[in-house]
Design a protein around this ligand. Structure first.
Ligand code: CP
Ligand code: NVA
Length: 309
């Protein structure tokens, strides 16, 4: 009987011990202390990466990461594979499982990820969906812990759209035992199923509409783009409406001053200076965004080793 592959799908379906193990692996690779002294634990292994939408950090950090662990990556974009001509996810999963040792998928629809998992016989990694972005938030947790010590008991404030990244932050709040305050417009709250999960699990989540209240005394302030990749088709009117709704949630120097004096600013990137964050904040002394981006590489290696080694 074949063992069930170790998928990395979402922070709500992985337990806290597994997530901590992944972070420890990532930290060991970052410190150049490969666990067990194994420099190249993925030698001879291949990761297939499918991108239905653009990526800089996720693509490069996975590709460089697997090479550093001794393996290789094959990059596939939706439009230049048979997926773009209608071949099913199921058949693609079956075929890629015969060639590759893991599959990373960045998709517009979470249902595509579910379908991939159903038919793949190798580990599947969620490289972002319309619903979540777990690899990102693992790197974010690593960044907070590097700057501020253990995240348990800390206060993280999210301000802006209650989007896919916010959903993974909600999952992380439970798994890593920190308090998460989200300030979002009523119309752009995180999805009700994620909020219901947080309630059931007893996660320390506060949902607010006032960014000042959310940020007061926070250890880390986080935001993201006002228009995610799956929302780019709106007309000018809907874009303006979104902009107006989200303008009060912009992270400014004045808003950052409400947080703890040593609070850090975080953003998964790409950023839009003058929209969700001012230049003074993202390029200022409290910004941790470049460490955060770098940590994608280290955490990706933790994820790859945990799934594949
Ligand atoms: N933060 C992030 O996932 O960036 P990319 O879209 O560039 O991969
Ligand atoms: N919320 C953003 C994250 C990009 C990394 C998006 O989905 O486009």
């Amino acid at each position: 009987m074949t063992a069930t592959p170790r998928h990395f799908l979402d922070l709500d379906v992985l337990d806290a011990d597994a997530l901590r193990r992944i972070l420890d692996l990532g930290a060991a690779y970052k410190a150049k202390r490969p666990p067990g002294g194994m420099e190249k634990p993925l030698a001879g292994k291949t990761l297939a990466m499918i991108f239905e939408k653009p990526s800089t950090r996720t693509r490069v950090s996975f590709e460089v990461g697997i090479r550093q662990l001794g393996g290789e990556a094959v990059i596939l974009t939706h439009h230049d594979t048979q997926l773009g001509r209608g071949e099913s996810i199921a058949d693609t999963a079956r075929v890629l499982s015969r060639y590759c040792d893991a599959i990373m998928l960045r998709t517009n629809k979470v249902a595509n990820l579910t379908e991939m998992v159903r038919h793949a016989t190798v580990p599947v990694i969620n490289g972002l969906t319309d619903r979540s972005h777990p690899c990102q938030v693992m790197a974010d947790v690593m960044t907070i812990e590097e700057r501020k010590g253990e995240i348990a008991g800390k206060v993280v404030a999210w301000t802006g759209d209650g989007n896919n990244v916010a959903a993974s932050w909600i999952h992380a709040a439970k798994r890593f035992a920190f308090e998460l305050r989200l300030a979002c417009p009523e119309q752009l709250r995180p999805s009700s199923d994620v909020l219901a999960w947080a309630k059931r699990e007893g996660a320390r989540i506060q949902l607010l509409t006032d960014p000042e209240a959310a940020i007061a005394g926070a250890d880390a302030v986080v935001t993201d783009t006002w228009v995610s990749m799956d929302q780019e088709n709106g007309n000018r009117e809907s874009r303006e409406k979104r902009h107006n709704l989200l303008a009060p949630f912009r992270v400014t120097e004045r808003l950052m001053d409400r947080a703890k004096p040593d609070a850090i600013f975080m953003h998964c990137l790409p950023a839009h200076r003058g929209e969700e964050v001012t230049e003074g904040v993202i390029d200022g002394p409290r910004s941790a965004v470049w460490d955060e981006a770098e940590n994608r590489l280290h955490v990706q290696k933790g994820i790859l080793a945990w799934c594949m080694a």
